[in-house]
Design a protein around this ligand. Structure first.
Ligand code: PLP
Length: 427
């Protein structure tokens, strides 16, 4: 499989676990924390990173490795690290190259949990986040970048405002300052967008969303696209000897393509201990096998729902970059020609109260703190996922208090629209 230029559909089904003759056809669940060796030298070589293999499932596990391989191929990357959640992947991803006294640049519109991690928790650890909006000029963004800036971070499709991240523009800015562009590609998934094609260096996923797609397992993934030059003098943590790992230089020992992920695994996964479990990896892999089919249906259903909402007299505004009338449609077509995602944001006339009445009247769509599930679901971000944000932060992130985040599932679209229609009648 690897090395061949298969299409995304084939990779979803076939990449990752490649059984040899007589081995199980399906990715086996290696439900073992530990691995057995014939000699002390064998295991010593693993600790010295001289030999490939598994020593302890906090660091790596064969089931998890099979899925990491698949996701790396889906994102055209050189390596991937699966984590227990999307938040864990973001934490490890940023801290892998950022220390106290340094800073990062981030879009204000990203997921509320990410804003909180960056603005509050990383700040307490001495890492400053400088928030930007896409309406700022390049000069205004560049004025925030200094010698201590480590990366620029954005979401391909921001949750929940659905802003389309102009990846090429921010990749150019980042690269002109010798720093990488991090892109959280959770909403479009690699089926609809490969950020590396537009210059992204590190891609992150909350696999909890469409990749699993069945609301069964939490997970996150960090992927190195293998294009960034970590040896440009700005990243001594990757090029200089790591005292906590027998003085290894990650770029020298593993090459530029594997240095970042190897360090994240051997150092931060070792220290933070937030791995994906083998059982979760197995379930995630089942989800990935149908990702391409589900995403296609999520997108076609969402477009039909968005068109219905747009024409409805009780709906104040609809935000869906897949709608031709949406101001972000052209940019969305550039980055996601196959479609955007199944999530729509909209406001019902009458503000927060009408939004609550609408949600309470739905029968098929369930109120859940989740999106990107096969089952249609709905949420009011201001009172749930984003309630930690102040009104000013909500405003900056483009999330009015009455905004409804509607995650269109893969049921029959006529049933979904009938449910919305009858709930709007009652709103
Ligand atoms: C875009 C995005 N990134 C990251 C996360 C965090 O992922 P997790 O909930 O798996 O920790 C979420 C969660 O909703 C998200 O929507």
């Amino acid at each position: 499989m690897s090395g061949k230029n298969y299409s995304i559909e084939t990779k979803c089904v076939q990449s990752g676990w490649q059984p040899k003759s007589g081995e199980p056809r399906v990715l086996p669940i290696y439900q073992s924390t530990t691995y057995k060796y014939d000699s002390a030298d064998d295991v010593g070589a693993l600790f010295d990173l001289e030999k490939e293999g598994h020593m302890y499932s906090r660091i790596s596990n064969p089931t998890v490795a099979g899925v990491e391989k698949k996701i790396a191929e889906l994102e055209k990357g050189t390596g991937a690290l699966l984590c227990s959640t999307g938040m864990a992947a973001i934490l490890i991803g940023v801290l892998n190259i950022t220390s106290a006294g340094q800073n990062i640049i981030c879009m204000t519109s990203v997921y509320g949990g990410t804003v909180n991690l960056f603005a509050v928790t990383l700040k307490r650890l001495g890492v400053e986040t400088r928030f930007i909006t896409q309406s700022m000029t390049d000069e205004e963004v560049e004025a925030l970048i200094d010698e201590d800036t480590r990366l620029i971070f954005g979401e391909t499709l921001a949750n929940p405002a659905l802003d389309v991240f102009d990846i090429e523009r921010y990749a150019a800015i980042a690269h002109s300052h010798g720093i990488p562009l991090f892109v959280d590609n959770t909403f479009p998934t690699p089926v609809n967008c490969n950020p590396v094609d537009f210059g992204a260096d590190i891609v992150i996923h909350s696999t909890t969303k469409y990749m699993d797609g069945h609301a069964s397992v939490l997970g996150g993934c960090l992927i190195d696209c293998g294009r960034f030059d970590w040896t440009n003098g700005k990243f001594p943590e990757l090029t200089e000897p790591d005292e906590s790992y027998h003085g290894v230089s990650y770029t020298e020992r593993f090459g530029p393509g594997l240095a970042y992920i190897t360090k994240a695994r051997c150092q931060l996964m070792r220290d933070f201990g937030v791995p994906l479990t083998p059982m979760s990896a197995f379930l995630l892999n089942l989800g990935l096998e149908s990702l391409h089919l589900r995403i296609e249906r999520h997108c076609s259903n969402a477009l039909a729902v968005a068109r219905f909402l747009e024409a409805h007299p009780k709906v104040e505004s609809v935000s869906y970059p897949g709608l031709p009338s949406d101001p972000r449609y052209k940019t969305a077509l550039k980055y996601m020609p196959r479609g955007t995602c199944g999530v729509i944001s909209f406001c019902v006339k009458g503000g927060r109260d009408a939004a609550v009445r609408f949600m309470d009247s739905l029968e098929l769509a369930a109120i859940v703190v989740h999106v990107a599930d096969a089952r249609t679901c709905v949420l009011n971000p201001a009172s749930t996922t984003h309630r930690q944000l102040t009104d000013a932060q909500l405003e900056a992130a483009g999330i009015p208090a009455g905004l409804i985040r509607f995650s269109v599932g893969i049921e029959n679209v006529a049933d979904i629209i009938a449910d919305i229609s009858s709930a709007l009648d009652k709103a």
